[in-house]
Design a protein around this ligand. Structure first.
Ligand SMILES: [Zn+2]
Length: 62
């Protein structure tokens, strides 16, 4: 795996952290809820961006 540079590894780790948080939200039942305002997320948005935690009014900040 010599072509694994540090930037790539960092990007992978961030993505995996988002997956972890999405799975946790699924477990506790807040997966379809905006983390900022609590309004329900559109299913179509989640299909397009399964790791999204916020509604369209509150764009995700990593
Ligand atoms: Zn929101």
């Amino acid at each position: 795996m010599s072509d694994f540079d540090n930037d790539s590894v960092a990007t992978i780790e961030i993505t995996l952290n988002h997956v972890d948080r999405a799975l946790e939200r699924l477990r506790v039942g807040t997966y379809r809820t905006c983390q900022v305002c609590g309004s329900p997320l559109e299913l179509a948005d989640l299909v397009a961006m399964p790791l999204s935690a916020n509604c369209s009014s509150h764009p995700e900040l990593a």
